[in-house]
Design a binder for this molecule. Sequence first.
Ligand code: IMP
Ligand code: MG
Length: 190
Amino acid sequence: MEVLLTSDELAAGIGRLSDQVRREVGGRPLTVVGVLTGSIVLVADLIRRLEGPVTVSMVWASSYRGTATSPGTLELRLDLLPDLTGQEVLLVDDIFDTGRTLAALLAEFRRRGASNVRSLVLLRKTGRAEVEIQPDFVGFDIPDKFVVGYGLDFDGGLRHLPHLAALDDEDIAAARAGQKRCSEQPASPS
Ligand code: IMP
Ligand code: MG
């Protein structure tokens, strides 16, 4: 695993992002909507740097299944969303890859009557976008590699790393093999 961003570099990025957001939104109340599960660490750090009135809620989105490192069908769960009518919304996600998650959520929040919807991502992968829109705020542009840590997972693990690391093909193959061995083991007698 190669460290792409240390925890100090990530913290500096969050500081820059929160300053940019407040400069643009001013002192108006902001409804932060994080995308579970990858944005949990980012949301926790960002809201503590955003001065002024903030409320927080979460939606859930997933386009990855198990040990896959390329997106599958996008699944959304929006039942935790508050009424967004007239709200100034900041949609927060860990990474902008194809952009499909952000595009779908932005359209849905606008449909629900938010007065303004901006989007913020910690990371943007180079050369992967499949949609017209771009996030309003981007922490870091990174190469097209599968990354983990600071909330981002590989098959549910590694979210807890305080830094951001890139997995190379060997790391991914080893993780997949480990996974396969586990699922091949006979169930232990009860
Ligand atoms: P998009 O809809 O293709 O932009 O994908 C965005 C979602 O895919 C993010 O919210 C992440 O959950 C996940 N994702 C994309 N790239 C990576 C990665 O390199 N590591 C972990 N998760 C990723
Ligand atoms: Mg996600």
